[in-house]
Design a protein around this ligand. Structure first.
Ligand code: BDR
Ligand code: CA
Length: 321
C-alpha cells in the first residue's frame, strides 16, 4: 500500500480525489491537511472531514494549514472560483447533506497542518508521497521549517501549473499556482522531488455524466453526494469551457499519478515559477534548463493515458461507494 498525505483546498475535484484515495485498497491515506483556495481553510477542513466520515474513514487525521498565501495577510476567492465550486466548495449541496460550516473563529485560524506534514515526513521518510491539490503554501512552509526532513520523502506529486499549454486563470497561470506563486517557486527550487501534474495532462482526462449516473445508481449516500457535486461541476464546464456532459479530472489525476506513474509521461527539467508581473504564476523551466536537466529534482507530466486514468477513477469509486 502506498502511503499518501493529501494537502487540499477541498472543492469538488478535490473531493473526488479524496474519495478515490479513501476507497482505494492500494492507498494508505495517512492524513489530510487543508489549505485555502476553492474555499477558505476552515471550510476545507469541514468538507474533508465530512467526506471521510461518510466513507467510514474517521481515523484519518485532518488538520487545517495556513489560511493565506506566503507574503500576504489574507486570501480572497475570485468570483470564478465561487462559481465553479459553489459557495461551500461542494457545489452548493452542503446544506442538503449536512456538511458543517466552520465557526467564525475557525474560518481563518491557522491549525497544525504543517506539523502533520512534518510528522508524516519524519515517520515515513522515503515511503511517503505528498499529493497537494491546492496552493502550495503548506508544503512550502513545511520545507522552510525542516528542509532536511522534507528532502527525505519519496515525492511531491502536485496538481498545478501548465508547461505546454496556457493557464486557466491567466494566459500564464493555473489556479493553484497563481494563488501562491512564491510557495510554488520555493517548492520547485527546494531540491525535494516534485512531479508536476499540470493542465497539460489534467485537461485531457475527463469524467462524465455517465460516470456520475453510475455512482448515484450505487444507492449509497456517498455515491449520491459525489454524483450531485460532480454534476454541478459538469454544469459549470458548459459556460466556462464549452464542454458538455463532462469535466476535467484535475485533482484525481494527481492521486492516480502517485499510484500509477506508468500512465504518465514526464520530462525531467529544473522547474521554477514566475512570482510577479503579468506572467506571475507561470510554471516554467529555469534558465539553467539545458545544463541541469539530467540532475533536476523536478519533473513535469507532458502526456497521459487519459482513458486508463479516467477508467481507474471511475471503477475505483464505483467499487468503494
Ligand atoms: C485546480 O484549481 C482548482 O479549482 C481545482 O480544485 C484544481 O485543483 C485546477 O486548476
Ligand atoms: Ca484543488
Amino acid at each position: 500500500m502506498k502511503k499518501i498525505l493529501l494537502d487540499m483546498d477541498v472543492g469538488i475535484d478535490d473531493s473526488v480525489a479524496l474519495a478515490y484515495a479513501i476507497v482505494n485498497p492500494d492507498i494508505d491515506l495517512v492524513g489530510v491537511t487543508a489549505t485555502f483556495g476553492n474555499v477558505h481553510v476552515g471550510q476545507s477542513v469541514c468538507n474533508a472531514r465530512f467526506l471521510l466520515d461518510l466513507l467510514g474513514a474517521r481515523d484519518v487525521p485532518v488538520e487545517a494549514g495556513l489560511s493565506h498565501p506566503l507574503g500576504a495577510d489574507k486570501f480572497l476567492r475570485s468570483d470564478d472560483v465561487v462559481r465553479i465550486h459553489g459557495a461551500d466548495g461542494v457545489g452548493n449541496i452542503g446544506e442538503k447533506y449536512g456538511v458543517p460550516t466552520p465557526g467564525k473563529d475557525q474560518l481563518d485560524a491557522p491549525g497544525t497542518g504543517v506539523d502533520l506534514i512534518l510528522e508524516a515526513a519524519r515517520r515515513y521518510g522515503k515511503n511517503l508521497t505528498l499529493v497537494p491539490t491546492g496552493p502550495l503554501t503548506n508544503i512550502a512552509t513545511a520545507i522552510r521549517q525542516d528542509p532536511q526532513v522534507m528532502a527525505g520523502i519519496a515525492d511531491i506529486v502536485m496538481m498545478g501549473g501548465a508547461l505546454t499549454v496556457t493557464g486557466n486563470v491567466t494566459e500564464a497561470a493555473e489556479a493553484n499556482i497563481i494563488a501562491d506563486p512564491l510557495a510554488c517557486k520555493e517548492v520547485f527550487e527546494s531540491g525535494v522531488p516534485v512531479t508536476m501534474v499540470g493542465l497539460d495532462v489534467t485537461m485531457r482526462t475527463l469524467l462524465t455524466s455517465e460516470n456520475t449516473a453510475a455512482w448515484r445508481a450505487t444507492g449509497s449516500r456517498a455515491g449520491r453526494y459525489l454524483a450531485d457535486m460532480l454534476d454541478y461541476y459538469i454544469d459549470q464546464h458548459v459556460g466556462m469551457y464549452s464542454l458538455h456532459g463532462c469535466c476535467y479530472a484535475h485533482d484525481p489525476s494527481a492521486v492516480v499519478c502517485a499510484l500509477h506513474p506508468e500512465w504518465f509521461q514526464t520530462l525531467r527539467l529544473p522547474l521554477t515559477c514566475v512570482t510577479s508581473g503579468p506572467d506571475a504564476g507561470r510554471t516554467t523551466c529555469s534558465s539553467q534548463c539545458v545544463e541541469y536537466s539530467a540532475s533536476a529534482t523536478t519533473r513535469a507530466c507532458v502526456d497521459v493515458d487519459a482513458l486508463a486514468v479516467a477508467r481507474d477513477i471511475n471503477q475505483t469509486l464505483l467499487s468503494g461507494l
